[in-house]
Design a protein. Structure first.
Length: 100
C-alpha cells in the first residue's frame, strides 16, 4: 500500500509530529495516511512537509485538518492547504492529467 508514494511529516501547534504517505494530491489539498494513531488534531493550522524522493527536495506549507477517518490500523487525513499549490513545483507531475 503506497510503497512508491510521496512521504512527508505533519507538525501541529503543540509540536506533535507524524510521518505520513500521500494517498491523493490536488491543488487545494491532500489526503494522507499513516499507521500511527492521530488523536489530538483539530481544525487548527498544521505544518505540512512533503518530500520528493526523486528530486531530493521538500516543500513546507500550512494546512488545516478537513476530515479524518480510520480503516483498521490505517488513519486517513484530509488536509486543506492554506494557499493553493504553486505551479512549477515537483507536484506538477502528480497533478498533470494522465495520458491514455
Amino acid at each position: 500500500m503506497g510503497s512508491g508514494a510521496m512521504q512527508g511529516e505533519l507538525v501541529d501547534a503543540a509540536g506533535g509530529r507524524w510521518i505520513f504517505k500521500v494517498w491523493d494530491l490536488g491543488e487545494g489539498g491532500v489526503c494522507v495516511f499513516t499507521q500511527t494513531s492521530i488523536d489530538n488534531l483539530d481544525g487548527s493550522s498544521i505544518q505540512l512537509t512533503i518530500f520528493d524522493r526523486f528530486e531530493r527536495i521538500d516543500h513546507r506549507m500550512e494546512a488545516r485538518l478537513a476530515w479524518q477517518a480510520q480503516e483498521g490500523i490505517t488513519y486517513f487525513l484530509g488536509l486543506a492547504f492554506e494557499t493553493p499549490i504553486e505551479s512549477g513545483l515537483f507536484y506538477d507531475r502528480y497533478l498533470a492529467p494522465t495520458k491514455s
